[in-house]
Design a protein around this ligand. Structure first.
Ligand code: GCO
Ligand code: MG
Length: 418
C-alpha cells in the first residue's frame, strides 16, 4: 500500500478557518483525514502540507505511523512550532484514520478499546452580569449537561463597572473592539481589545458565589483565566475560588511561567488545568512529573497529532493527571473525534470540552460526534468515523483577516497574552 497524495483542505462552515489534511492511497477509495487547524495562520499550515509533507511522504507505506511521525518532525531540522506541528498532526491523524479503515475498527479500538461509553462534556456559559451568567448556566443544566464553564464578558472580562447597581453595557454594544471603543482605556493608547485585569479579578469570586449558591452542589463548574492576569493575581483568584469547588481553573499562567505553578500548588487546592498552548514536551513534562496540574488540556494538533497525544496521556496516567483535551471552535470535527477516541480509550480521562456541533458542521463533516445527555458520543465506524464532503466544504471558504481578539491590552495600552 502506498501514499499517493497528501493535501490540505481549508473550510470555515462556522466562520472559523479549519484546516484538514487528506492522505490518499493507491487502494481504491482508501484515504484518511486529520485535523491541522491553526486558525490564526491557516494558509501557512496548508503550504507546509502541500509543499513539504506531500513530496516527503508520497510512495511510503501509510501503515508506518510511528516512523513517519518522527520523520516529519525531524525532516525540517527545526521543530516544535505551531505551523509545522499542525501540519504533522494533519498527516498523523489521517494515518490513524487509514489504519482504522484497513483494520475495520474505530481508532479507540486500536488504542486498547473503550473503557467508557461516552465522554462527559462541559459547555460554555457567559453573560454581562452574574445573573445573566446564571441564566445561561441553568439553561445548560436543564438540557442535561453536568458541567459548565462560567465566564463573564469573555476572556479577561469586559464588564465595565462591577459596583452594585452600576449600569451594564447594553445588549450587543461593542464592549471591546479593535479601536478600543467603550472600554476603560487611555484615549491615546494603541488600538486593541481592551480589558481591565483588576476589574476582571475582582468580578470572578462574586460570580461563582452567585452561581454556586443558586445551582447547589450537583453541577461541575469551571473557569478559564486564559493567562489574562499577572501571576500573583491569578494565585489570589485561585485561592478566592477555593470555597466554590471548581472542577478546574484553566490557564492561570502562560506556558513559559512553569515556576508559578509550584507556588500556586503550595498554597491552594483549586484543581488546575493547563496545556492548550503547549507545543513542546519541555512545557508539559515538569508540570506532570511534579504533579503541579490536575488536568492536561493539550490541543492535539498543536502537539503533532494523536501519536504524541496518546503518549502524553500515558505519561499523565502514571502521575494521576487526567485529560481534558482542548475542544474549542477552532478544532475541526475530525479533531473533536480524535479527542473523543482518546477519551473513550484512556483510563485517566477527566472531561471533554465541546462546541455546539451545528448543521453546517454536520453537512461538511458527516459523522461528526453527537451530544446527548451531557456526554459526547462517537459513532462506531472504522477510523475516526468522520468524513469530509469536499463540495460542501467549498461552499464555506475561509476569509483571511487581521485577528483582533489577540490584541488584548490593559487600560494603559500594555499588550498582554490573549
Ligand atoms: C478554550 C480556549 C479557546 C482559545 C482558542 C484560541 O479554553 O476553549 O481558551 O477558546 O481561546 O482556541 O484560538
Ligand atoms: Mg482555554
Amino acid at each position: 500500500m502506498k501514499i499517493t497524495r497528501v493535501r490540505a483542505i481549508l473550510t470555515a462552515p462556522e466562520g472559523i478557518a479549519l484546516v484538514v489534511v487528506k492522505v490518499e492511497t493507491d487502494q481504491d477509495g482508501l484515504y484518511g483525514l486529520g485535523c491541522a487547524t491553526f486558525t490564526q495562520r491557516p494558509t501557512l499550515v496548508a503550504r507546509a502540507v502541500d509543499e513539504y509533507l506531500d513530496p516527503l511522504l508520497q510512495g511510503r507505506d501509510p501503515a508506518n505511523i510511528e516512523d513517519m511521525w518522527h520523520l516529519m518532525m525531524v525532516n525540517s531540522y527545526w521543530r516544535n512550532g505551531p505551523v509545522l506541528n499542525n501540519a504533522v498532526s494533519g498527516v498523523d491523524m489521517a494515518l490513524w484514520d487509514i489504519k482504522g479503515k484497513v483494520a475495520n475498527m474505530p481508532v479507540y479500538d486500536l488504542l486498547g478499546g473503550k473503557c467508557r461509553e461516552a465522554a462527559m462534556v462541559y459547555r460554555h456559559a457567559d453573560g454581562r452580569d452574574p445573573q445573566e451568567v446564571l441564566d445561561n448556566v441553568q439553561k445548560y443544566q436543564s438540557e442535561g449537561y453536568l458541567a459548565v464553564r462560567c465566564q463573564m464578558g469573555g476572556y479577561g472580562g469586559r464588564v465595565q463597572d462591577i459596583r452594585p447597581g452600576a449600569a451594564l453595557p447594553s445588549k450587543g454594544a461593542p464592549q471591546a473592539t479593535h479601536r478600543g471603543r467603550g472600554m476603560d482605556r487611555l484615549d491615546s493608547a494603541f488600538p486593541g481589545t481592551y480589558y481591565n485585569p483588576d476589574v476582571y479579578a475582582r468580578s470572578i469570586p462574586p460570580l461563582f458565589d452567585h452561581i454556586r449558591s443558586n445551582v447547589g452542589d450537583g453541577l461541575f463548574l469551571l473557569h478559564d483565566i486564559h493567562e489574562r492576569l499577572a501571576p500573583i493575581d491569578a494565585i489570589r483568584m485561585a485561592k478566592a475560588l477555593e470555597p466554590y469547588r471548581l472542577f478546574f481553573l484553566e490557564d492561570a499562567f502562560a506556558p513559559d511561567q512553569i515556576e508559578w505553578f509550584r507556588r500556586l500548588r503550595d498554597q491552594c487546592a483549586t484543581p488546575i488545568a493547563m496545556g492548550e498552548l503547549h507545543n513542546n514536551p519541555l512545557e508539559w513534562r515538569p508540570l506532570i512529573a511534579e504533579q503541579l496540574i490536575d488536568y492536561i488540556r493539550a490541543h492535539l494538533s498543536q502537539l503533532g497529532g494523536l501519536t504524541p497525544a496518546r503518549k502524553l496521556a500515558a505519561l499523565c496516567e502514571a502521575y494521576g493527571v487526567r485529560t481534558a483535551w482542548h475542544g474549542p471552535g477552532d478544532v475541526s470535527p475530525i479533531g473533536h473525534a480524535a479527542n473523543l477516541h482518546l477519551d473513550l480509550a484512556c483510563h485517566n480521562f477527566g472531561i471533554q470540552e465541546v462546541i455546539n456541533f451545528s448543521e453546517p458542521l454536520y453537512e461538511v463533516f458527516p459523522g461528526t460526534p453527537e451530544l446527548r445527555g451531557g456526554y459526547v458520543w462517537a459513532n462506531d465506524k472504522p477510523g475516526f468515523g468522520v468524513d469530509l464532503d469536499e463540495a460542501a466544504a467549498a461552499k464555506y471558504p475561509i476569509e483571511l483577516k487581521v485577528i483582533e481578539w489577540t490584541q488584548g491590552r490593559w487600560p494603559d495600552g500594555t499588550i498582554w497574552t490573549p
